[in-house]
Design a protein around this ligand. Sequence first.
Ligand SMILES: Nc1ncnc2c1ncn2[C@@H]1O[C@H](COP(=O)(O)OP(=O)(O)OP(=O)(O)O)[C@@H](O)[C@H]1O
Length: 440
Amino acid sequence: MAYMGGDSYNTLGTLDSSLWNDVPVRLFLEEQLPCCLPTFHAIPDQYDWTSIHAISKASSATTVGVLEFLVGFITQLGGSTGFPYSKDYSLMTRVLWSLFPPNTFSQGLKLLSDATSTPQDPGISWSKRAECAPNDDPDCNDIYLWLLGTFFLWFVLALYFDNIVPNASRVRKSAFYFLKPGYWTGKGGNRVEVQIRGLAKTYPGTTKFGCCKCKKTAPYLALKGLWINIAKDQLFCLLGPNGAGKTTTINCLTGINPVTGGDALIYGNPVRSSVGMSNIRKMIGVCPQSGEEHLRLFASIKGLPPASINPMVEKSLAEVKLTEAGKIRAGSYSGGMKRRLSVAVSHIGMDPITRRHVWDIIQETKEGRAIILTTHSMEEADILSDRIGILAKGRLRCIGTSIRLKSRFGTGFVTNISFAESNNQENNNNDHNGEAGAED
Ligand SMILES: Nc1ncnc2c1ncn2[C@@H]1O[C@H](COP(=O)(O)OP(=O)(O)OP(=O)(O)O)[C@@H](O)[C@H]1O
């Protein structure tokens, strides 16, 4: 797995959430998708999570198989009475009945048995297959054709439902997926890699014990049902004021914070399932990191030259008195130590040139990935993102391209431009003034 900035990006998931608050840019990068994976499309917003899943387990397939056999057996008993292949029944009844292959099959067996019930019966030869039934009743030829036709019908329907019914990872294609050229060519279309489906996060209230009474804070709903799809090769930027829920969103997607409502699918892996999250963690490469490694990570995110990183890390650790604890896992630090590490992280500077360099890296990294970027910098969002979502108080307020958001919601700028007179004009004037002056 290769993320921009090398191995250092593998540690994103281990960062303490408090550390993220001190860096201007937060990134959530996804593993490059192997081109052979099937495409899947956005689940419509009205998608019902409680809807029944496709037959995803062998045990379910066995149950359905046995049920089908039982139903087939019962209908065959009905068919043995002559139903519905006689003139008493309408054509529609016959057609509907014949759509279930066991019925047609049992009719074929009945014809065979009638043709071979006594030693004198001639049986049915292949050449006489169209003459084995009396009157207009279906003959063996009709039975063959019906069995062949219904085989293809059910096969196509099985393929279709397999695609549109949510799979074990709750991923499904749109009902008209087969009309999209990308489905047949394997190319094109915006492949949705990250699907945030009604993501909600409630932080539990805390109880503080005082000397006389204990104080309980109410649970806080930080994310109130977020719905976003992020396609491959796109950078999605989450903007919003402090406390909007940006960090919470990223933390929920990376598994730092457990989700309390809705779900999110990352390459089809749901963040709410432990199996899904362990797959996601493999993609984003979560592993425990020391304070020293955190600083290295941020130094490479901020584009510091590799040669300067080690001296800078040593200096920063010394400044915040964490030299001895530098090699210990940051997760085991005390609150104070974490805060000091945050200060050291925030001191890793990013001048405009390195900032441009980081932007270039992000742009180059976009291909084959879905990237979520959260930042307070509107300029950064404008330059880097394909789509921007603006969060406020845990809700997505608007979403769209930068141009669209600006034209829809932007108040715009009124620019006054004053032009200096052209040199020629100026020279002419000077000459003229000079002459005039001289005249004066
Ligand atoms: N562990 C927590 N317990 C209780 N409330 C929390 C916790 N973490 C965050 N919050 C609250 O959830 C809300 C969203 O916080 P979050 O950090 O996601 O916002 P943000 O958009 O990332 O802000 P910033 O831009 O300042 O980083 C805030 O009101 C915050 O106070």
